[in-house]
Ligand binder design. Structure first.
Ligand code: GLN
Length: 547
């Protein structure tokens, strides 16, 4: 029988509930428990795949092709496990299930209502992963903030489970904010008191209060929170701001968050956490021996959350290389062939990000041309690879109007074209080529050397592809199509042999990078950037352009 931990949030959003939940999961996993973690989101979209990154940050794709909340990325990166569709459920999906059942006649004769039908479906999802029998602990993070109208059915489901489950099988952790008032030089507990009161009014009593705070909590303050919120003083946990999210599991260990959960769950007999690998990773991250500057070109560069998995993959790859990776945002709209060196000359590597639509395309193509010509390490992901193909077609194959039909549906030379099976699709939600697909890698290629394998699998999220009609033309002009899907023949990896690192991938390697298993392509990209940086520092400025 699995035990259940629910994590709710109060006072404000963006308190890092996902990181706290993932850190707790990490500590329990490091104690030898089998742990999984899921996110229940109260919004009405069936999944976040149709949400703009400005609204909701990155859309994280799982092995089974589910488009999910970016917190699932944190869960995978911390725990080194694969999540799936079952790990992310929204109000939209809950209603879709209930309405489909109603149409089938499953509730025949009954009025279908929020309570019990919607709450029953939420409870079924909350217990689902635990019922499969593979886990000791299932952590469920409830999205949104307590008090929101839309989160009410979720909180009601937690209330019912808190009552239905044996006392020692359920823990509720509530995350709040303790603001510091600079003028009064004081930490304030009132918002936390109100938030816990609101949760109690909805019938849920938290066992543990985790307090996000800029300043340390004194014992008196902890006692005060404990007294007003009706929990033990030891169950008031300080969650101080950390220099990196990867430090949070250690902070939570120091605060004994895992121990207090285990005590409530009657699991005191488990071993101490083994965090040796985690600490080694952190040490290398905190004390780098070199540094590189990587330019990130994308549509949403000013928004940290839009490229979460890419940024985290750089952290993992930086640690392996004992190298600090400074990621700088590059706005492609302003790049021209004339100013390319001025805009990109300070970089040690260029990453052209995934994306959709026309904005900034010309600048991206120029930036790729610059990287190709000067030997600047280049890494293109999904749209980034497609742009590299267009650049090569235009400037090396001399096909001046080469384009993708995504941006120019009437191009005479669609070197990137929509996949055949995509042409019949009209619905936008969940209909791209999604999830894990195999890829065969050519022996002797850079990709083969990097992966150390001839067969790999990586995750996808796209509608367009390399147009195989142009295969021979590209190959004759020196572009190596080094990764191919064995079943469909789709081109998955392109590279340039004479360049120190010029790789484009149709898939998203960033989605599989974890602390324990950093994505090989990112590790080697940073390695190449380090070499480029060293080479550059030994050159006179005029030489750099022709490195
Ligand atoms: N817009 C491109 C496509 O659909 C690339 C998608 C992406 O970068 N994820 O193929």
């Amino acid at each position: 029988m699995a035990k259940y931990i629910f994590v709710t949030g109060g006072v404000t959003s963006s308190l890092g509930k996902g990181i706290i939940a993932a850190s707790l999961a990490k500590l329990l996993q490091a104690r030898g428990l089998r742990v999984t973690i899921q996110k229940l989101d109260p919004y009405i979209n069936v999944d976040p795949g149709t949400l703009n990154p400005y609204e909701h940050g990155e859309c994280f794709v799982t092995e089974d092709g589910a488009e999910t909340d970016l917190d699932l990325g944190h869960y995978e990166r911390f725990l080194n496990i694969f999540t799936s569709q079952a790990n992310n459920v929204t109000t939209g999906r809950i209603y879709q299930t209930v309405i489909n059942k109603e149409r089938k006649g499953d509730y025949l004769g009954k009025t279908v209502q929020v309570i019990p039908h919607i709450t029953d479906e939420i409870k079924r999802r909350m217990l689902l992963l635990g019922k499969e029998g593979n886990y000791d602990v299932v952590i469920t993070e409830i999205g949104g903030t307590v008090g929101d109208i839309e989160s009410l059915p979720f909180i009601e489901a937690v209330r019912q489970l808190q009552w239905e489950l044996p006392e020692e099988d359920c823990v509720v952790v509530h995350l709040t904010l303790i603001p510091y008032l600079r003028a009064a030089k004081e930490l304030k507990t009132k918002p936390t008191q109100h938030s816990v009161k609101m949760l109690s009014q909805e019938g849920v009593h938290p066992d543990i209060i985790v307090c996000r705070t800029e300043k340390p909590l004194t014992y008196e303050l902890r006692r005060k929170i404990a007294q007003f919120c009706n929990v033990k003083t030891e169950a008031v946990i300080e969650a101080a701001d950390a220099p990196t999210i990867y430090e949070v599991p250690l902070l939570m260990q120091r605060e004994r968050l895992d121990w207090i959960c285990l005590k409530k769950l009657g699991l005191q007999n488990v071993k101490e956490p083994d965090l040796q690998h985690w600490r080694a990773f952190l040490d290398k991250l905190k004390y780098p021996k070199s540094s590189v500057t990587i330019g990130l070109i994308g549509k949403y560069v000013e928004l940290q959350d839009a490229y979460k998995s890419i940024l985290e993959s750089f952290v993992h790859a930086g640690s392996v290389n004992e190298c600090k990776v400074n990621v700088v945002n590059v706005h492609s709209e302003h790049i021209t062939y004339e100013n390319a060196h001025e805009k990109l000359g300070h970089l040690d590597g260029l990453l052209v990000a995934p994306g959709f639509g026309l904005r900034g395309i010309d600048g991206k193509i120029v930036a790729i041309q610059y990287a190709r010509e000067v030997g600047l390490p280049f890494f293109g992901i999904c749209l980034g690879m497609q742009m590299a193909v267009i650049e090569y077609a235009r400037n090396v194959l001399n096909i001046k109007n080469a384009h993708s039909t995504e941006m120019d549906p009437n191009t005479p030379d669609p070197v990137i074209d929509m996949m055949e099976e995509q042409k019949k699709i009209t619905n936008l939600g969940g209909t791209m080529r999604l999830g894990s697909y195999p890829c065969d890698i050519k022996e002797g290629s850079l990709a083969h050397q990097i992966y150390g394998a001839a067969n790999i699998t990586e995750r996808h999220r796209h509608r367009w592809e390399f147009n195989s009609k142009y295969t021979t033309a590209f190959e004759e002009a020196g572009l190596v199509l080094s990764g191919i899907n064995p079943e469909t023949g789709l081109v998955e990896i392109i590279e340039l042999p004479k360049h120190p690192f010029f790789i484009g991938v149709q898939f998203h390697p960033e989605l599989k990078s974890t602390v324990e298993n950093p994505a090989p392509l990112f590790v080697h990209f940073i390695k190449a950037a380090r070499c480029f940086n060293e080479k550059k520092s030994q050159m006179k400025p005029a030489q750099v352009l022709h490195a």
